[in-house]
Write a protein of this length. Structure first.
Length: 279
């Protein structure tokens, strides 16, 4: 198989630096949203009392922490040391380790379940990563991932990309090329990713809800303080372009304004599969 048409190592390093820089912003602004996907993710992986579960790209640790509350032995890994330090401070009921999702420091068959919340869009080599996650999963164990739906359905992300397109914002020259953000927002692509790792009994389940954000200006600022690629896309523009993009975002967001906040439709996919008993 040919490698990706971009510098995978440069992209991975960019992601690690970026998440280090926004660890607390992510916790404050995005964890209230992403935490709403934790229960269906853990359910899909069959996480319960006594389960040894690996949470890949754990961030500030909400998935690992909730798994531990279910009685599992939870280990969270992330490439960003700042995220791991924050997770360990917030959640002493789980174990947290700095590790690359594509090169896990665990023996084969180490975990009863592997979960990854909203991680696959940040991976330089997603097929390599999934194969690695399946390697550390015991035969018969389940692997589950969550992924944002396409921007037209998931307006929590879609408004930002609509604003960038309408404002005519080009990628800044110092933003490293990476994988398509929404490749795995397609159900068949996401199922195929799990299948590429040798998993069976694959299911993909849509999840939809409405999430309340602060007003347009506060939401724009929150996005810049809690994301990596979007933050770099905006920060790399001249000030005039940044102002134009922000004004476009705030205008588009007003469609969803209710009682001083934004009620944004959110859509995601939960995909899971089992490692065959003989696999």
């Amino acid at each position: 198989m040919d490698g990706p048409a971009y510098d995978a190592e440069a992209f991975t390093a960019f992601e690690a630096r970026g998440w280090d820089a926004v660890a607390e912003g992510y916790r404050d602004f995005l964890v209230p949203l992403t935490s709403r996907l934790v229960e269906p993710l853990l359910d899909a992986a069959g996480v319960g009392p006594g389960t040894r579960v690996l949470d890949v790209a754990t961030g500030p640790g909400p998935v690992a922490a909730r798994a531990a509350e279910r009685g599992a032995h939870a280990v969270g890994v992330d490439l960003a040391p700042g995220m791991i330090a924050l997770a360990a401070r917030l959640h002493p009921n789980a174990e947290f380790i700095v590790a690359d999702a594509e090169r896990l420091p665990f023996p084969d068959d180490s975990f009863d379940a592997v979960v990854a919340g909203l991680a696959v869009l940040h991976l330089a080599r997603p097929e390599q990563a999934l194969a690695e996650w399946a390697r550390v999963l015991r035969p018969g164990g389940r692997l589950a991932v969550s992924m944002w739906a396409e921007p037209g359905a998931n307006r929590s992300i879609g408004i930002v990309f609509d604003a960038a397109q309408e404002a005519g914002v080009p990628p800044p020259p110092d933003l490293p090329a990476g994988p398509p953000l929404f490749r795995f927002s397609d159900e068949s692509e996401l199922a195929g990713l799990l299948r590429s790792a040798g998993l069976a009994e694959i299911t993909v389940t849509p999840v939809a809800f409405t999430h309340r954000f602060p007003g347009p200006a506060e939401t724009w600022q929150g996005i810049l303080e809690s994301t990596v690629r979007t933050r770099a896309l905006v920060a790399g523009q001249p000030e005039e372009v940044q102002r134009r993009m922000r004004a476009t975002f705030e205008r588009l967001a007003r469609e969803y304004e209710r009682d001083g906040g934004l009620e944004l439709p959110v859509a995601a996919l939960i995909a899971s599969g089992r490692r065959p008993p003989g696999g």
